[in-house]
Each structure stands twice: as C-alpha cells, then as structure tokens.
Design a protein around this ligand. Structure first.
Ligand SMILES: Cc1cc2nc3c(=O)[nH]c(=O)nc-3n(C[C@H](O)[C@H](O)[C@H](O)COP(=O)(O)OP(=O)(O)OC[C@H]3O[C@@H](n4cnc5c(N)ncnc54)[C@H](O)[C@@H]3O)c2cc1C
Length: 565
C-alpha cells in the first residue's frame, strides 16, 4: 500500500518530455472494450523495455513463421499505457565488463512506440478485474487483455508517519527528473528568500544514495546560487551513521575522506574556503560518524542510488544564471531520529516534531527514504505481495505467484524477485535500479512472446553488478559485495580484504575490497580507476579457490588473470 495520503501529496512537476512530436497518442484508437494480446501498465524503464522487446521478438517470430507458412498467426497486439504520457528507455552508455555496464535513461514521447506497432495511451490504470481479464482506465474505458504486465514502478516512501495528519505540509520527493526539478525550484526559492530576508531551512529525510547525492550537491560541492549559504539543511537520519542505507560503512568512510581531501586540495578556491568558514559540510566528522558505526553487526539490505544524470539535472535547475562562485548550505546532521509529527503553521511554515522531542520549522521536507512498489490498483489476491518490500511476488519467469500466474507478469520496481534473490548459489540480489528494471522487462517480454522460459533466468540474473559515481569517483559493485545473503554463514568462513590509496588527485584515489566465502570470491567493491572489474567478475563467476593468496590477492604485483580460464 502507498503510504502517501492525498493530504501529503509530493510536489512534482508534470513530465515535460513528450508533447511536441506526434504525441497525441492514439487514445482514440483504444476504444472501450477493445482487446490486446498484452497490456503493459507503465512505460518506465521496465515497461518500455518490455513493450519494445515484445514487439521486436514477436515480429521476428512472425517473419520466420511466414517464410514457412504464409497463413501463420499475425503479429500480436500490444498496448502500452502510461499516465505521464512519456516512456523511459534505458541505454547502455558504456560497457565496463561482460556483465557490468553504465546505463542512462532517455525520456521520449509515448507515441514513438507506434513505429514499432505498439498502441499507446496516456492514461492511468485505475483498476483491474483479473477474473474477466480487463483493466479500467481513469476515463472509464475498459480494455480487455490476454496477458497483463504490471510495470507501474514505485513511489518515494512518505517520511511523515501515518499517525500524523500532515495536511498541507510541503513534502518533496527525489524520484525522477520532474520531481528533481520541482525540488530544485524549491531550493532556489529558499535561497532567494534567505538572501533577502532571513535564514531558511530544509529537512532531508533518508540515508541512502539519493540523500548522499543531495548533501553532496547542496553542502559539499556547492552551487552557484545566491543566498544558499544562509540556508540550513537538516539531515534527519534514522540510523547511527550516515550513508548506512546504501553503503557499507567502510566504503562510506573512504568516500567521505576522499572528498574531504579533494576539497582541501582546492586551496586556491577562495569561495570554497569562505564557505567552509560559514559552516560547509564537515566531511571528516561525517567520516568519523560512519566509522563509529563499525559495531560488528550484519550488513543490511541496500537501496537505490541517485544517478549522476539526476544530480546533474538538479544542479542545473537550482543554479542561478546570475549566481557567482559556489556556495554551500550549512549542514546539521541529526542521527537516530524520525519525524513524529508534522503540521502546517498559520504562518505557512512546516513544523516538524522529531522523535527526540525537538521541533523545527522548515520550508520543505525532502523524502529520500527509499521507495514502495506502486500497484494499489491491483488486488493482492490476484498478485500477492512480498512481506519484505511490498513488491508483487514473481516466479522465475516474472509471472505473478498464485491464481493469476498464467496471465499476469510483474517487472521492474513493482516486482519482488524474492525467489531468485534467495537462491544461495547465485551472487545476485534485487536492487531497484534501471539496469534491473530493463532486464526484467526484456526477459518477461521474451517469456510472454514464447521465445524463452525459466531456464534462461539463471543467465540473466547470475551476477549482481552496478556501476555508478559517488562524489565524483567511479564506483563498481559486484556480486554479494556487502555480504548480502550470507547472514547465516559461519563468521569464520567469510573473509574480507581491502586496500586503499587516498590522494588529492581523484584519478589516483582507489579503494578495493573483496569478500570471500570459504576461499571463493563472492563480491567486490571497486572505487576509482582500479582496472580490476573484469578480473574480479571472472573470479566470482568461475568460483576459483583463492585461499592460497590470503591478503596478497589485492597485491598489485600478483597477476590474477593467470588463475582462471
Ligand atoms: C532519484 C533517483 C535516482 C536514481 N538513479 C539511478 C541510477 O543512477 N542508476 C540506476 O540504475 N537506478 C537509479 N534509480 C532507480 C531507477 O530509477 C528505478 O529502479 C527504475 O526507474 C525503475 O523502473 P520502473 O519502470 O520499474 O519504474 P518507473 O521508472 O517508476 O516507471 C513506472 C511508470 O509507470 C507509470 N505509472 C505509475 N502508475 C501508473 C498507473 N496506475 N497507470 C499508468 N501508468 C502508471 C509512471 O508514470 C511511470 O512512467 C534512481 C531512482 C531515483 C528515485
């Protein structure tokens, strides 16, 4: 269930990517009671990938069949629905290893899919009758389907507790480009107001990659916006350490120290120094707070990270054309707290009462505390949900578990791949990312088209990989890098080795950590230009026993490539 009541609506600008080219989508041709072989609900990374792959695969199969038998079955009809009227296509920007790539997401008009023979409609799916195999659109039209694909993604988790009214409280989310822009406009307005009147404050709730990116942009690297230095970012963290929801504490600690070193290296930057005096981020303190969480507890599940493109767009939107020099917000980190109550004051401020008893008044609350799958239009009896993350549970073919297994697929952020994620022999787990959304979409489409079955799952989801950038440094995560799924292994069987080099030159900053289970590499974290990703990917997949190396495994003079096929 989405925990954001109407009174706590996130502020989000409408999608601006579509309207120009041929986007008066064929709503008109989607008539009441029309039938489609497949109806795809949601055209994000997952749904767009499904629609494209399904159209291409079925058209290829048709061509092949026609060559054999001219009277063979015609191409199957697909309908792609999205309430925002645009589609997000994930593209590989750079291939890093055989399985790891850097991805970006391109937004395009939904109508573009018509060139592939896919019907489209900019409508919201309001309800589904899985017995009759129909979906009802928000304008009352009913569409019949042979198979349904649930790709409606996830929503940012509301940081206000369900017990509080929260009516009128300004909660902003960092979900996508549009919401990032809306947030950027809010930050700019606060900075301007601060420059002309009094100091302003914004609360940030969350402790994952998105929160880290925001803190970096607003308080770390800074932005050319007048008045920003008079604003305060109050970072509300429910854990005892920052970055805890995404990183392992060691990696967070390294990144924080690397950033501090680089900042110190920029001694000639007057503006940087001035801002530090005014109370820019104390990255050393952040590093210390991360380190202090080394309490030996098991590492936890991770969440999605804010990507560089998202952060770039946010920065561009905040920055003032007239702004000169980088300015930074003051940062106050409040750990071990959550919001207990939130009200709009008669003066128009948002008053937050924290669980430690403090009350603060802020211009806005930024929700960066993870996401919740968004499928409230689908009955749980037809698509059972995960008790862990609320996603629609799927089998090895991306079909929903239970009585609608033959007719409903779920993909991307909306689904929960608990079965695959719990397979002990696979160094793979689910993280809500573009790459996984696109992969689940393409795989489910091939299953729906009859081009592959569950046996192909292993190949598609055999190794977890993620390539991203944090604080300007390349970060590659491979396999069970954070000991995911290894909680029940005897502690003595799990060994980690790490090495690091810190330098004011970002190109010379490196952090490498490998995790071995009974001598076999299960995962690795690579920060900076290590050039080890290909080798480590092969070592993880080959399962070579590396016990004899001990810590020398990370010795740059050892040529590991000699030890695998
Ligand atoms: C700020 C941020 C930064 C991120 N950065 C990265 C990154 O750098 N790298 C990375 O790999 N991942 C990143 N992610 C995660 C990634 O964006 C998601 O995992 C991915 O987009 C999920 O794709 P999806 O298609 O499942 O869902 P979505 O992209 O959310 O798409 C769902 C679609 O369904 C539509 N929809 C919803 N409800 C309905 C309805 N009832 N009827 C019709 N249409 C509906 C929506 O309009 C939307 O277009 C980031 C996430 C966030 C929030």
């Amino acid at each position: 269930m989405i925990s954001t009541p109407a009174s706590k609506k996130f502020i989000c600008a409408p999608c601006d990517a579509s309207p120009d080219d041929d986007d008066d989508d064929d709503d008109g041709s989607v008539t009441h009671d029309s039938y489609y072989d497949v109806v795809v609900c949601g055209a994000g990374a997952a749904g767009a990938s499904f629609a494209r792959t399904f159209a291409e695969t079925t058209s290829k199969l048709c061509d092949e069949n026609e060559r054999v038998d001219a009277s063979s079955t015609p191409a199957r009809r697909v309908l792609l629905l999205d309430r925002a009227g645009c589609a997000k296509t994930v593209e590989r920007v750079e291939r890093v290893t055989r399985r790891a790539s850097v991805y970006g997401a391109r937004v395009e008009a939904l109508g573009r899919f018509r060139a592939l023979g896919v019907a489209t409609a900019s409508r919201e799916v309001a309800a589904c009758d899985a017995e009759k195999k129909t979906v009802t659109l928000d304008d009352g039209r009913v569409v019949r389907y042979g198979a349904l694909c649930v790709a409606t993604g996830a929503s940012p988790r509301c940081p206000l507790p369900e017990t509080c009214d929260g009516r009128g409280v300004d909660v902003y989310a960092a979900r996508d480009v549009e919401s990032a822009e809306a947030l950027a406009r809010r930050v700019r307005a606060s900075a301007r107001a601060s420059a002309s009147t009094c100091s302003r404050r914004i609360a940030l709730v969350g402790n994952g990659g998105i929160a880290l990116e925001l803190v970096d942009a607003l308080c770390g690297r800074g932005l050319a916006v007048e008045g920003l230095e008079s604003c305060e970012l109050v970072w509300l963290v429910k854990h005892a350490a920052v970055g805890d929801a995404f990183f392992d504490v060691d990696v967070a600690d390294f990144l924080a120290r690397a950033l501090e070193l680089r900042r110190r290296g920029g001694g000639g930057d007057d503006d940087d120094d001035k801002t530090r005096e005014r109370g820019g981020v104390d990255w050393e303190a952040l590093a210390r707070s991360s380190s202090s969480a080394k309490d030996g507890t098991k590492r936890r599940r991770v969440g999605a990270a804010a990507g560089p493109e998202w952060a770039t767009r946010f920065r561009a939107e905040v920055e003032d054309a007239r702004g000169t020099g980088r300015r930074r917000m003051r940062l106050r980190v409040v750990k071990n707290v959550e919001i207990r109550d939130a009200v709009k004051t008669p003066e128009g401020a948002n008053a937050l009462t924290l669980t430690d008893g403090e009350t603060i008044e802020v211009d806005a609350v930024v929700a960066a505390a993870g996401v919740e799958p968004r499928c409230e239009w689908l009955d749980e009896r037809d698509a059972p949900r995960s008790t862990i993350d609320g996603g629609v549970l799927v089998d090895e073919c991306m079909r929903v578990l239970g009585r609608r297994n033959d007719s409903i697929f779920a993909i991307g952020d909306a689904c929960s791949m608990e079965r695959r994620a719990s397979a002990v022999d696979a160094p793979w787990f689910q993280m809500r990312l573009w790459s996984q959304a696109a992969q689940t979409g393409a795989f489910a489409a091939k299953v729906a088209a009859g081009a592959c079955d569950g046996d192909a799952l292993g190949f598609n989801f055999e190794l977890f990989t993620h390539c991203t950038t944090f604080f300007g440094l390349k970060v590659i995560l491979l396999g069970l890098y954070n000991a995911q799924k290894l909680e029940s292994e005897p502690a003595n069987d799990v060994v980690t080795y790490q090495r690091e080099s810190l330098s004011q030159n970002p190109e010379a900053c490196q952090y490498v950590r490998v995790l071995l289970l009974r001598g076999r590499m299960m995962g690795a974290v690579l920060v900076g230009e290590t050039d080890l990703e290909e080798t480590f990917e092969n070592l993880i997949l080959d399962g070579v026993d590396l016990s004899r190396f001990g810590p020398h495994l990370l010795d740059p003079d050892v040529d590991l490539e000699d030890y695998f096929d």
